[in-house]
Design a protein around this ligand. Sequence first.
Ligand code: TYM
Length: 329
Amino acid sequence: MATRIFSGIQPTGTLHIGNYFGAIRNWAALQTDHDCIYCIVDYHAITIETDPVALRAASRSMALDLIACGIDPERSILFVQSSVPEHTELAWIFGCVTSYGDLSRMTQFKDKSADKKFVSAGLFTYPILQAADILLYRADGVPVGGDQVQHLELSRRIARRFNTRFGEFFPEPEPLVGKGARITSLADPTAKMSKSDGEAHYIGVMEDEGSIRKKVRSAVTDTGLAPGETMSPGVVNLFEILELSTELAGGSAVAAELRADFAAGKLMYSRLKDVVFDSLMNVLRPIQQRRSELEASGKVEEILAHGAEKARAIARDNIASVREMVGFD
Ligand code: TYM
């Protein structure tokens, strides 16, 4: 079983329910019996164009979102990546044990660079920095959504290459992928939910109730069936959101009833959507409430400074060993 957990999220300004069900809820659950380190990855964020003022604000805002979702800074380390510059030093060293061919196979790079006029070298080497994030703390468990599994395979490979070349030091980190591994877009249920596709595609965890209701009501359900499918991807997604939303309350009898209606060919999508909306709001309302209380308390700077101090102490120790192994002064 994994003992030290590490995971990261980009400060994009909005946490969506794909992030929440795919990763953050598992981050929170793992805190009970693991040593957890959670990071807001602002070095990764600048691989694409960003505004400095907005970036700083987005990192703070993401910290509040994460705490509201149950990340407890008393039990776990919560910090902003750039306050521990050792991440970049380890990334450089890892860059020297990573092959160009391996990086070229990363599907996320292919997706994010497609049709772009300017593609930064940072976007290409992004997974090396991700491996450094995890291994700087010698973490062995990484709770993520399904889209990060390929990056995690590369992290394992990097750990092995380093260990072979310089001596045994890093564990091979395991991806910990839960049930909500791939929440899809409401407007295009064949694609994963992502903020970058635009407003209609995602539901923000902190979004207001009226807007969430509208988005759920207009979720696409009638894309038709691909060969071998019995339920269209939009309906699969709505059931998934419903089941994830009621999971902690012991499951939902209504979900089972609606599945039976679907099997009998008499499911009303409008009813499914109403139930999805109600169940989802039962999860989001208390998070939104905590978020506004936290914001009012003004403690986020202090929390992040404390987290950075604790992260840096571990990072410094490990980077000192790595420097010694590599042969640096
Ligand atoms: P990011 O910021 O895109 O997403 C944060 C987490 O949310 C998950 N996720 C989803 N899960 C299910 N369905 C979706 N539609 C969905 N969209 C996002 C992601 O899988 C992720 O777990 N490269 C990472 C950040 C990172 C990182 C790390 C992660 C940097 N260093 C070290 C783990 C360990 C990313 O961009 O995640």
